[in-house]
Design a protein around this ligand. Structure first.
Ligand code: SF4
Ligand code: SF4
Length: 207
């Protein structure tokens, strides 16, 4: 599994959720088609009259989520950019997604504007496997933002977190008495809430 596999899952699902924030910061979500993917890039389009278009033009930030029939979920959070060469991209989108001709026949297609996401974070979460699997990837320049929890060297080795973890993904470690197997972790936080010495912290919060 890699970032490109994740983009392909979103393309295969095709009708996925795109979320933005409106001018008051309120979340807005809607189903949008993933029109194309290329190495490191995901393409979609929307019409200039839609609120979605206005929200994209305000700052470009968008969160995309889709899940396939195998319960593999992909989240992509990134910044979209409106593409130059509007007609070229819209024609290519219609060529590869001919059903669009039913929705926007003839030249009405050019009310649409093409957008691309080529920078952001991707999370893959496979709920169809036991244990569950999750991986994070970065698209282009975006540094990977680590999520979840980690066990620090404040751990006294009592073993409580491992006994209570719903996924049994806390195992003996080398540098610390226990470690979290990040690829199987739910990010539920139960271990951190119940550690008697607060040795479990959010990843990215360590000094
Ligand atoms: S509950 Fe806290 S102290 Fe006990 S093993 Fe887990 S991390 Fe270490
Ligand atoms: S966050 Fe939840 S799933 Fe992950 S290690 Fe802690 S208790 Fe287990």
């Amino acid at each position: 599994m890699n970032a490109q596999d994740c983009l392909q899952i979103l393309r295969d699902v095709k009708d996925v959720t795109f979320a933005t924030a409106d001018e008051k910061g309120r979340p807005k979500a809607r189903i949008i088609d993933v029109m194309l993917v290329e190495p490191g890039r995901l393409y979609f389009c929307t019409a200039r009259g839609k609120d979605f278009y206005q929200e994209l033009m305000a700052n470009g930030y968008v969160a995309v989520t889709g899940m396939n029939r195998e319960f593999q979920m992909v989240r992509l959070e990134g910044k979209s950019v409106k593409l130059p060469e509007q007609k070229k991209w819209i024609d290519q989108i219609f060529e590869e997604n001919p059903v669009m001709n039913d929705v926007y026949p003839g030249d009405s297609r050019y009310i649409l504007e093409p957008f691309c996401i080529d920078n952001g974070q991707i999370e893959f979460f496979d709920l169809g496997k036991s244990p569950i699997e999750r991986y994070s990837f970065s698209l282009a320049k975006e540094p990977l933002r680590e999520k979840g929890f980690l066990i620090t060297d404040a751990c006294i080795g009592c073993g409580k977190c491992g006994r209570n973890c719903p996924r049994k993904c806390i195992v003996p470690g080398e540098k610390t008495a226990y470690v979290i197997r990040q690829e199987h972790c739910l990010h539920c936080g139960l271990c951190a809430e119940n550690c008697p010495v607060q040795a479990i912290i959010r990843r990215g919060e360590q000094k």
